[in-house]
Design a protein around this ligand. Sequence first.
Ligand code: UD1
Ligand code: CA
Length: 455
Amino acid sequence: MENLKVVILAAGQGTRMRSEVPKVLHRVLDKTMVGYVIEAAQEAGAAEICVVVGHQSAMVKNTIKDMYDNISFAVQKEQLGTGHAVMQAGDFIKDGNILILCGDTPLITADTIVKLADIHESSGNSVTVVSMIVDEPTGYGRIIRENDAFSRIVEQKDANAEEQAVKEVNTGVYIFKAEALNAAFKKLGNNNSQGEYYLTDTLEIIKNEGGKVGIMIAEDEKEFMGVNSKLHLSQAIAAMRDRINTKLMTEGVTITDPAATYIGKDVKIGPDTIIYPGCMLEGRTEIGKSCIIGPNSRITSSHIDDCVTIQMSVLVDSRVKSFTTVGPFAYLRPNSSIGEHVRIGDFVEIKNSSIDDGTKVSHLTYVGDSDVGKCVNFGCGTVTVNYDGKVKNRCRIGDGAFIGCNTNLIAPVEIEARAYTAAGSTITKNVPEDSLAIARSRQENKNGWRKKVNK
Ligand code: UD1
Ligand code: CA
């Protein structure tokens, strides 16, 4: 649809969340609720988006601005109702088609928005509302029909017993022609049980002015699930998890227990990769094909090539090339780049380092701020001593070097290609190519010592 302008309502406090965090900033998996709504609008081809903020407006605004470009904001100082909230968008709604979405319905899809826009346009409606049929309508505005056509929407608190029995309810999603909406705003009052300016009342006003009001009945009520409490939040997370996992399985990813696997919307995974339970894959993570991930791994914004195995490990902002194995119990901190056929074993931490192809860091080792060549072998318990209390320094380790067990490498220092360090050494000077460095005190045996002290 051309000139589709989107107003997202996000000014409410969300009292029932019992939280210091504004409601729309609560996360469903790795993304804020309002983020999903913005993305659905963008995917549906929205020309412009305006978010109405109010409660904790600065925090909501800044969080959204950090994530998305080209979003404008309107401030609703006092929450005087959904109609009042939309009015605050001012010039933004002066022309075009105005789609209204709520910041607390993260499951809305672009497909549904496109469908709504098509119906709105092809029917020549002044406004089209999305309704849904529910078993338990309590809390929702009821859609009252007359001879099947739209009559009005009555809110729960204003409905009589007969109206309360109606099971077709307002999802809170609509497209308005801007002129019809603005004309209706001139007549909108707040004479109702809550003393609020209800957006829902504008539909009846438009109808009474001779405008055409259409209804689109939603196919899947889940999409319009509003999150008002922490219980709802957990239900939204479960629904989003199922949606994302189903799509990935359709694309050929094996997820052995989808109910115990949490994958973000932006994560990409290749076919024949197996994800075992207890994994959280987040942010802009990309995983290639035929990998084995998990059980119990958390991978955030990392890039993993094909045929990689990652068991019970945590990876953040890192890169792992093909045929490498990570874990169990490894921690790749930001800016770690691991080559092909590398082995990162148990209780190994890597930070801001590159490790080239064929290298083995098998156990109990810290590699920070280091550049490690190909086919290096780290003995157990190696530490790169990268921090002197003031600045971080780098270690360089050449191809084919062999670092003995329990070596301390005091940075800045370089171990050149094929050099060895003896176990237990504390290395403070560069070690030339093909050399052996021993930096520990010699062993001295005191013969018969035990008998002397116990005499
Ligand atoms: C609203 C609808 C109801 C519908 C339901 C669907 C009205 C009057 N009622 O009711 O018919 O069935 O949504 O979920 O519209 N907001 C503001 N400023 C305000 C008031 C609300 O920004 O002054 C925002 C809220 O933050 C929320 C959204 O608008 O994101 C909906 O408001 P809410 O109070 O939850 O409306 P409901 O009572 O659920
Ligand atoms: Ca609501």
